[in-house]
Design a protein around this ligand. Structure first.
Ligand code: ADP
Ligand code: MG
Length: 236
């Protein structure tokens, strides 16, 4: 069961202004340890670095400075079987859709299951995951046939197919109505009670305040708050 650690991790990007040759920190010197079974809200305004931090945690991007460790192993050294292990470790919902437009929902989920090492049982696992998010009947639909809210729930199902120990969720609740958000928070709470780590970037302050879990706050790429039993806006 993985422990994930950011050690002085920074990510730099070139400025979008072509004349500006300097690089800018998307996130800077992040130091965080996330134990198995934690529930973490990642908050901060747009551009604060939430998505970058999630991508670092899941090994989607590498830090330019510092390190990302999964169970004390620097993921920059992950290759071969270690890469496959990384894919099995994380269930990811990105801010941008990961669904393939020309494949049905069921095909999408089975592709994701196989990518994380599932072989024969991926269809049953996909059906189960769609049931968990309350959309058991959309398997034959294409992504474009669903509402934005349904697409987000399908993306959560996609992340759940292989029952990963860690969920990294980027703005999963954006564009959803309150009832659906409650259903999803309830599901995540249940999964967390059974041991799944949940790290969730969100603007949904009311849910953060009701849940009272660990709250990490980013401002301009830096962590300015990391509080247990926190509320939206807690710092230090
Ligand atoms: P958030 O998810 O909190 O809105 P991001 O992590 O997406 O923030 O972005 C943090 C900063 O890094 C922003 O200033 C953003 O413009 C910059 N950034 C993120 N990704 C890239 C990229 N691929 N290329 C250039 N700049 C980027
Ligand atoms: Mg983001």
């Amino acid at each position: 069961m993985p422990v994930i650690c950011l050690e002085n991790a920074s990510k730099l990007y070139k400025s979008e202004d072509k004349k500006d040759k300097r690089k800018h920190y998307a996130v800077r010197e992040l130091n965080v340890t996330i134990e198995q079974g934690e529930f973490v809200f990642l908050i901060g305004s747009s551009g604060a670095g939430k998505s970058t931090m999630l991508k670092l945690l899941g090994g989607e991007i590498s830090p330019d400075e510092g390190a990302v460790l999964v169970d004390s192993v620097n993921i920059a050294r992950y290759f071969g079987p270690w890469k496959a292990r990384l894919a099995r470790t994380f269930g990811i919902v990105s801010q941008q859709t990961l669904l393939i437009r020309k494949r049905t929902i069921m095909e999408n989920l089975m592709v994701a299951g196989r990518a994380s090492g599932m072989q024969r049982k991926s269809k049953a696992a996909a059906e189960k995951a769609l049931g968990l998010v309350g959309l058991p009947n959309v398997g034959e639909c294409f992504p474009a046939q669903l509402s934005i809210g349904e697409v987000r729930r399908v993306e959560l199902a996609r992340a759940l197919v292989s029952s990963p120990p860690v969920l990294l969720l980027d703005e999963l609740t954006a564009n959803l109505d309150d009832d659906t958000i409650w259903d999803i928070i309830h599901l995540l709470h249940e999964l967390n009670n059974r041991g799944t780590t949940v790290v969730m970037a969100t603007h949904a302050s009311q849910y953060v305040n009701i849940m009272r879990r660990r709250v990490i706050t980013l401002v301009d790429g830096k962590i300015i708050g990391d509080v247990q039993n926190g509320k939206y806006g807690d710092i230090v």
